[in-house]
Design a protein around this ligand. Structure first.
Ligand SMILES: [Zn+2]
Length: 465
């Protein structure tokens, strides 16, 4: 089901696992449910921690952007023009200056930062925010993947003295996202987007792409070197050591709700979500198997284990009496809880517990005294297993292709291309797929598939979301 009919599977999981309610009556807008919010919080915590460790500080800018700000950088507005929602009235009064709902926040942040930065001592400046942004998507919308309100938009903005420092920041951003995606066990390929597909206003864009179970690629992070393209129109200048003034060099980079879409799509299976211990709202759920005559001794043991583990793990004890153990198993499997501990009357008599592991669907019996060590090892092994499984799937779906007619939908195709726009465009036209860009961490000698020029560049081509 997951592989064959991915879209249907995905929407069902969102509903059944309690992540989103997708019935909100505005296209492209969805409702986050309590369980979904808990997962989202865990993910946000990780990205915040990594950004702060790399010297970024959190800020919060307004949602509304005055029209003249938004229009200051001409390529930027051209890129976003058709996607902007406008606020034109306050009550019944027409506004003098139209206000845009931010489609991204460069043009909200930069005019204010231009007031903050005075001297070379103020640089580098690295800030980020996690906000919602609005885009009037005309393509088919999908929960967490293509939204009109992106609810979890993490955008970082950095300001530097020189182009070289901005280049170094791009490299740091790549490291930040590698750490982040490694931590949540999402595999990725890093591609430098072709010129026609870069962020509006950027010098160039580097993207992290992953692959979904249906063989389509999904962009999960982008990093942009903005050069001085924004600092000039927004007048962000600093005084150099020699007393002259210079425009700053900038980068920005972001991730979105697609991170959570990837966690669901890539790790999940036909029974539902499979969550890593670190991003699961509960790492362990205890299910006492209650019969009338043994009720008290089973509950005693369940609470004893709960108290033993509660300081170390996010743990929940499911005491519902109107549900059978079987339906509880099904329920927590759907929610992706990494480990469940089942305690029945015989387990109490034998001094053991039954541990079930969601990623492998395996059940083992463990002696009470071995429980803590077993859990510790198992948590690490779940992370390792999910990460290996996800990378293996990605690697199996990347194919090296030597003839245009062999380029296939449903895979990420790696081909030799010289890098000229015309050759890339030709591939897109001929195959109907998207050129994701140049692999920045892979080179191989060959000939451009289109113009036959010698090249060591590898380009990736796929059907993408
Ligand atoms: Zn070529």
């Amino acid at each position: 089901m997951k592989r064959e009919n991915f879209s249907e599977w995905f929407n069902q999981i969102l509903e059944k696992a309690g992540i989103l309610d997708i019935r909100y009556p505005v296209k492209g807008l969805y409702v986050w449910l309590p369980y979904g919010m808990k997962i989202r919080e865990c993910v946000i915590k990780i990205i915040k921690e990594i950004l702060e460790n790399h010297g970024h500080e959190e800020v919060l800018f307004p949602l509304l952007i005055p029209e003249d700000f938004l229009r200051k950088e001409s390529e930027h507005i051209r890129g976003f023009e058709e996607q902007v929602y406008w606020v034109t009235r306050g009550g019944s009064k027409e506004l003098n200056v139209k206000l845009a709902l931010r489609p991204t926040s460069e043009t909200a942040i930069y005019p204010i930062v231009s007031l903050w930065i005075k001297s070379h001592k103020d640089l580098p400046l690295k800030i980020y925010q996690i906000v919602n942004v609005f885009r009037y998507e005309t393509k088919h919308t999908r929960p967490l993947i293509r939204l009109r309100e992106i609810t979890t938009f993490k955008e970082a903005h950095t300001f530097h003295r020189t182009f070289e420092e901005a280049e170094a920041q791009v490299k740091e951003a790549i490291e930040i996202y590698k750490k982040f995606f490694d931590r949540i066990a999402i595999p990725y390929l890093i591609n430098k987007r072709p010129d026609w597909d870069k962020f509006p206003g950027a010098i160039y864009t580097i993207a992290f792409d992953t692959i979904f179970p249906d063989g389509k690629s999904l962009q999960i992070a982008t990093i942009h070197n903005l050069g001085q393209n924004f600092s000039k129109p927004f007048n962000i200048k600093y005084e150099k050591v020699d007393g002259n003034f210079e425009y700053v060099y900038q980068t920005c980079y972001g991730i979105s709700d697609r991170v959570i879409a990837s966690i669901i799509a890539i790790h999940g299976d036909d029974r539902g979500l499979i969550l890593l211990p670190e991003i699961s709202p509960y790492q362990i759920v205890i299910i006492p198997i209650i019969y009338k005559e043994s009720r008290q001794k089973v509950l005693n043991k369940a609470w004893k284990i709960y108290n033993l583990l509660k300081e170390k793990y996010k743990i929940y004890i499911d005491l519902r009496e109107d549900e059978t153990p079987g339906s509880k198993f099904y329920y927590w499997e759907m929610k992706g809880i990494p480990i469940r501990i089942e305690i029945g009357p015989r387990d109490v008599d034998e001094g053991v517990v039954t541990i079930f592991r969601r990623d492998k669907m395996e059940r083992i019996k463990v002696r009470d005294e071995d429980l803590e060590n077993t859990l510790k090892d198992m948590m690490n092994d779940i992370y390792k297993n999910l990460r290996e499984r996800a990378w293996k799937f990605l690697e199996e779906n990347v194919v090296r292709i030597f003839r245009i007619e062999d380029i296939r939908e449903g895979y990420i195709n790696e081909i030799s291309l010289c890098g000229k726009d015309s050759c890339g465009r030709y591939i897109e036209e001929k195959t109907g797929l998207r050129v994701l860009g140049e692999a920045i961490e892979k080179k191989e000698d060959g000939y451009c598939l289109v113009c036959k020029e010698r090249t060591d560049k590898i380009y990736r081509v796929a059907k993408s979301y």
